[in-house]
Write a protein that binds this ligand. Structure first.
Ligand code: FES
Ligand code: FES
Length: 167
């Protein structure tokens, strides 16, 4: 049986060599936070980290990954949604339908790990994910909140939340 290192755990799987990593993650390992959008490496919904690099798992054959490759999915960021990027996303109500958002978050995590204080140009270059709900402005604001230390009240985008908060 073949093995993958996913979220710090060695997992067994059985699949044809050319099966995309995405389907092994979702269907065999039960990690359904990673989404299928386009299937052709365009939208980024299927983004996971492989050795820290954002990777579109819909177009990468599972056989390309060795057990020494560290794969991280949205489920592996934190046990309770407390990763700084997840917290900023929640504080700014970034998601709309949410479908693209795990991929967005994984791309943002990779960006902030590489560049803790990204410029707008850095964000433009790294965040190539597609969001049909148009959350791009809040994605950018949330990345800046994390870069500034996590204080969402400084985002200054005037969001009125359902619970009465304004950020
Ligand atoms: S589903 Fe992989 S990039 Fe769209
Ligand atoms: S939040 Fe709906 S597609 Fe991005």
């Amino acid at each position: 049986m073949a093995k993958l290192n996913v979220n710090g755990v060695i997992r067994d799987y059985e699949a044809e060599q050319d099966t995309p990593l995405l389907w092994v993650l979702r269907e065999q390992l039960g990690l359904t936070g990673t989404k299928y959008g386009c299937g052709v490496a365009e939208c980024g919904a299927c983004t996971v980290l492989v050795n820290g690099v954002p990777t579109r798992s819909c177009v990468r054959s599972v056989s390309a990954f060795k057990v020494t490759d560290k794969i991280v999915t949205i489920e592996g960021l934190s046990p309770d949604g407390s990763h700084p990027v997840q917290k900023a996303w929640a504080a700014l109500d970034v998601p709309q339908c949410g479908f693209c958002q795990s991929g967005m978050i994984m791309a943002a995590v990779a960006l902030l790990n590489n560049k803790p204080k990204p410029s707008d140009a850095d964000i433009d270059a790294a965040m190539t994910n597609i969001c049909r709900c148009g959350t791009y402005n809040r994605v950018r604001s949330a990345i800046k909140v994390v870069a500034d230390g996590g204080d969402a009240s400084r985002a200054g985008i005037g969001i009125e939340h359902a619970d009465g908060r304004t950020t």
